[in-house]
Design a protein around this ligand. Structure first.
Ligand code: UDP
Length: 234
């Protein structure tokens, strides 16, 4: 089933299958931060992120969000529709944390009056710069119709995920998602949604349950990822 390696990113590998319309996504334990400057291995992260993504994509699909996910094949492997990924990191911020606290001098933990929708141009050499809709359209990274669809889906995903995490006592602070286009032209949610790509704070204690434990050397990184999965599966 699994054929040659098509692409290797920082945290995942993509393999061809005998069907050109399907690929296999493999989750690694490798962790990077600060645009690849900090590197390490987080024990079991691949297994945990695959399982967390499986839970969340299944929940979103059940609530009308189209995704690239077909099925989980093993602890670290998912069968997915082949997509062309838009070179955009789509970010939603509900509560201030990370780069925005410095960029706009907002105190960490400030709840925004409405969710902030951001785009970054996926380009490692440039350090994934923040861009606006006009840049994305002018550079031809996405069409106007596709961008409208991405925005609509992203806001719907935020509402669904905020609700899902609130049920298990977690604040969804911010997250990054990626979209792709299937061969039939449909825009779908792709990549992953995991503690690598989101900020999760325990509501009662503000304890960080995400990759900031790795970025900031807070310790108990695997335990935080396990905690997220356990709450979603409870
Ligand atoms: N994020 C990500 N990949 C990136 C950059 C950001 O998954 O390359 C996620 C990050 O985990 C957080 C959100 O996007 O949940 C907003 O990140 P921010 O811009 O604050 O950047 P950071 O401070 O994480 O570098």
């Amino acid at each position: 089933m699994k054929q040659h390696l098509l692409y290797e990113g920082k945290a995942k590998q993509i393999y061809a299958t005998e069907n050109p319309e399907q690929v296999i996504m493999y989750y690694k334990d490798d962790a990077t931060a600060f645009n690849g400057i900090k590197k390490s291995v987080i024990t079991d992260k691949g297994r945990l992120n695959a399982a967390i993504t499986q839970e969340l994509f299944t929940y979103l699909a059940a609530n009308g969000i189209p995704t690239h996910l077909i099925e989980q094949l093993s602890e670290r492997e998912q069968l997915c529709h082949t997509v062309t990924i838009f070179p955009l990191e789509v970010i939603i911020r509900n509560i201030a944390a990370g780069s925005i606290t410095k960029r706009l001098a907002v105190k960490e933990g400030t709840r925004f009056q409405q969710p902030i929708f951001e785009l970054c141009y996926k380009n490692d050499d440039l350090g994934d710069p923040l861009i606006n809709d006009d840049h994305a359209l002018a550079l031809g990274l996405i069409t106007p119709t596709q961008l409208s669809e991405v925005k609509r889906l992203t806001l719907a995903i935020n509402t669904l995920l905020q609700h899902r995490f609130a049920e298990v006592g977690i604040d969804l602070v911010d997250f990054k998602i990626e979209f792709g286009m299937k061969q039939d032209g449909t825009v779908v949610l792709a990549d992953e949604i995991s503690p690598d790509s989101c900020r999760f704070w325990e509501q009662t204690t503000a304890r960080k349950l995400d990759k900031d434990r790795f970025r900031q050397d807070l310790g108990e990184v695997t335990q935080a990822y396990e905690e997220i999965l356990a709450r979603l599966q409870a």
